[in-house]
Ligand binder design. Structure first.
Ligand SMILES: Nc1ncnc2c1ncn2[C@@H]1O[C@H](COP(=O)(O)OP(=O)(O)OP(=O)(O)O)[C@@H](O)[C@H]1O
Ligand SMILES: [Mg+2]
Length: 315
């Protein structure tokens, strides 16, 4: 059943460019107030999907609803109520930072106080600088700030932190959480697993134009990350008392080295069982699949760009 709080609904979206099937049957919905992540390899169809949602591209087929509106028809209304991070090339080189903010604010009745955005995004000192003179990360911060001028109900951020230094990224994360805490919904396309893990309430993993997994970071790890491994050194005999634990699926013993495979809260159960026997191994360690492990497993991404067509070299 469709939740009444869904602000975005995508059903069986298809979009091709010539022979390239960029989006090949994508479906998901986003609840109000979520930070919804979209992860996937280069060319997976992430940008195409979010551009269709914003009414910037026309889908070949499928149903899209954003704030109850059809982005292909209610273009102005959608534009008024969403914010979108612009592409790097979208601003003229000579425009000054304050002029860009002023320009964007003047186009929106009741626009938010852009002076506050200067401060939030660490651009106060660059107020009078031209766009061309900004560093890559500063440009990026300005483009995000501009997407917030109309106090949007939904913000689309496509690779928001690319080019930002580590501190700027952390600051940006805090600001994104603030946007969400004020009740807005955030769609975050990113290649950074730490960013997705920290920020996203739910994530859609997209590969070759399809959603291959959807859930909270924790759900993705649990459902697709395989077993939890617990390792420690202790004399445990044949380990019979550990094999009896519900979440334990395997016990491997090699002298004093023990490796336990299990599910759920297996590490806690094993630790408790050891403690009950007066055992407290100092090298007790727990290994779980990271979001990156899960991502690589799901997308088969070898990192060599093999999903792209080979580029022919000039003779
Ligand atoms: N304007 C276009 N004309 C032709 N093909 C396009 C166009 N835009 C995207 N494509 C192709 O569609 C596919 C999906 O591209 P898209 O930009 O949606 O991917 P993405 O998931 O955003 O990738 P990235 O992580 O690299 O940003 C790619 O194969 C791409 O080459
Ligand atoms: Mg993209």
């Amino acid at each position: 059943m469709l939740a009444v709080t869904a602000v975005i609904q995508v059903d069986d979206l298809h979009k091709s460019y010539g022979a390239t099937r960029a989006v090949d049957g994508v479906s998901f919905q986003v609840e109000r107030g979520e930070i919804f992540g979209i992860l996937g390899p280069n060319g997976a169809g992430k940008t195409t999907s979010v551009e269709c949602l914003q009414g910037l591209r026309h889908p070949d087929s499928g149903t899209l609803r954003i704030l109850g509106l059809d982005p292909a028809h209610d273009v102005r209304e959608v534009k008024r109520r969403i914010g979108s991070q612009l592409q790097e090339s979208a601003l003229p080189d000579r425009i000054k930072v304050w002029e860009a903010l002023e320009l964007f604010a003047s186009a929106v009745p009741g626009a938010s106080d852009w002076e506050g955005l200067l401060d939030d995004w660490g651009l106060t000192a660059k107020r009078n600088a031209t766009y061309a003179s900004l560093s890559g990360g500063q440009k990026q911060r300005l483009l995000v700030a501009l997407s917030l001028v109309n106090s949007p109900e939904i913000v689309f951020l496509d690779e928001m932190t690319t080019g930002m230094d580590p501190l700027a990224r952390r600051v940006a994360w805090g600001l994104i959480e603030r946007i969400r805490d004020r009740g807005a919904t955030v769609i975050l396309v990113t290649h950074f697993m730490d960013e997705a893990e920290r920020l996203c309430d739910r994530i859609a993993v997209v590969s070759s134009g399809k959603v291959v997994a959807l859930g909270s970071p924790e759900e993705l790890r649990r459902e697709h990350g395989g077993a939890t491994l617990v390792r420690f050194s202790a004399k445990i005999g044949d380990g019979g008392f550990l094999k009896k634990i519900k979440d334990v699926t395997a016990v491997r013993i090699d002298g004093e080295s023990v490796e336990i495979e299990g599910t759920g809260a297996v590490a806690v159960s094993v630790a408790a069982a050891l403690a009950a026997k007066g055992l407290a191994p100092v090298d007790f360690e727990v290994a779980r699949a990271s979001l990156e492990d899960v991502y690589l497993l799901l997308t088969g991404d070898t990192g060599d760009g093999s999903d792209e067509s080979p580029v022919e070299e000039a003779p």
